[in-house]
Design a protein around this ligand. Structure first.
Ligand code: TA6
Length: 302
């Protein structure tokens, strides 16, 4: 792992991009510019926080999150790759793949013309990850921090045979009270209801949360909007290269059982994940690449 002084010498941008040691000894990069601010952990290239300048946080990070090498961090934007959920055949492999719990390499940092900051990361497969994924595959994440947050997760198949991946940006959004919010954009979409044995159902009207909710919406590529009446804002979720949208809130019991949500943490978070999961996994030909791209912005709630 590159030491902090080398990272700051190579990629630091004074007053804008600083690499430092965060909680649990995990290295993070802090971004502050005229348009917004964010913190990204080098482990998993995981966005931990983001807020447009002058706005309350848009990305939720649990106050009880545990920070330790190789452990997933509760909140932010975990990268699920190269599978989503439990591994299809080997139950002992980590849920949501290994990308979020291994160190990524910084390959770029720059200020963009509009004042936003772009950070580039690459996952380097090591022996342990290659044992779980024996394919020549390159994975990069390009994160743009400003008044919007953009993430472009790029999988390149450098192998001689096709690969099939599941992936997701497992984003935890900050909400004032999950019982009051509505998610628009999924009307009419089929979904697998994991709280009802994975039964296939169809969404009618906006999605509201009043109990543990865990759904994989299939064939869903339209924008989603999280309407938050108390904050008088909507969070717009634009995406490309993602056919599934996962909606998750663990509610009371599950969040207490998970142990890293803190007291009533579940009330202030809502996962709306841009994914390729279940029937929507992606096959990439040799030499091909796949982009899973999202853009998050806030707008006044109309
Ligand atoms: O995306 C929803 C989900 O698959 C839930 O079933 C729940 O397991 C959640 O992800 C969190 O998973 P994690 O491994 O981060 O605790």
């Amino acid at each position: 792992m590159t030491d902090l002084s080398t990272l700051n010498a190579r990629f630091g941008l004074s007053g804008q991009v600083v690499f430092k040691q965060g909680s649990g000894g995990l290295d993070v990069v802090e971004v502050v510019n005229s348009r917004g601010s964010a913190t990204v952990a080098l482990q998993g290239a995981q966005v931990l926080t983001w807020a447009p300048r002058g706005s309350p946080p848009v990305i939720w990070l649990s106050r009880a999150a545990k920070f330790a090498p190789g452990k997933s961090i509760r909140g932010g934007v975990p990268v699920c790759w190269p599978w989503f959920g439990p591994h299809a055949t080997v139950a002992t492999l980590p849920a949501h793949g290994f990308a979020r719990t291994v160190p990524w390499v910084v390959i770029g940092a720059q200020t963009l013309a509009d004042g936003a900051t772009r950070l580039d990361f690459r996952l380097v497969l090591n022996e342990a990850s290659r044992a779980q994924w024996p394919h020549a595959t390159l994975l990069e994440s390009h994160i743009t921090v400003g008044a919007a947050l953009e993430i472009d997760l790029v999988t390149r198949n450098a192998d001689r045979s096709a690969i099939t991946i599941g992936d997701a940006l497992h984003t935890y959004f900050e909400v004032s009270d999950v019982r009051q919010v509505k998610i628009r954009g999924l009307e009419g979409c089929p979904y697998l209801d994991k709280m009802d044995g994975g039964k296939r159902k169809t969404q009618t009207g906006p999605v509201t949360i009043g109990a543990e909710t865990d759904r994989i919406y299939l064939d869903s590529s339209a924008d989603c909007l999280i309407d938050d009446p108390s904050l008088k804002r909507s969070i717009r979720i634009r995406k490309r290269g993602s056919h599934s949208t996962v909606v998750w809130n663990p509610w009371i019991e599950k969040s207490l059982k998970m142990g890293d949500f803190g007291e009533n943490g579940y009330l202030n978070m809502l996962c709306v994940e841009s994914a390729n999961a279940a029937d929507d996994v992606v096959t990439i030909a040799p030499g091909g690449e796949h982009h899973l791209w999202v853009r998050y912005e806030i707008e006044p709630m109309n």
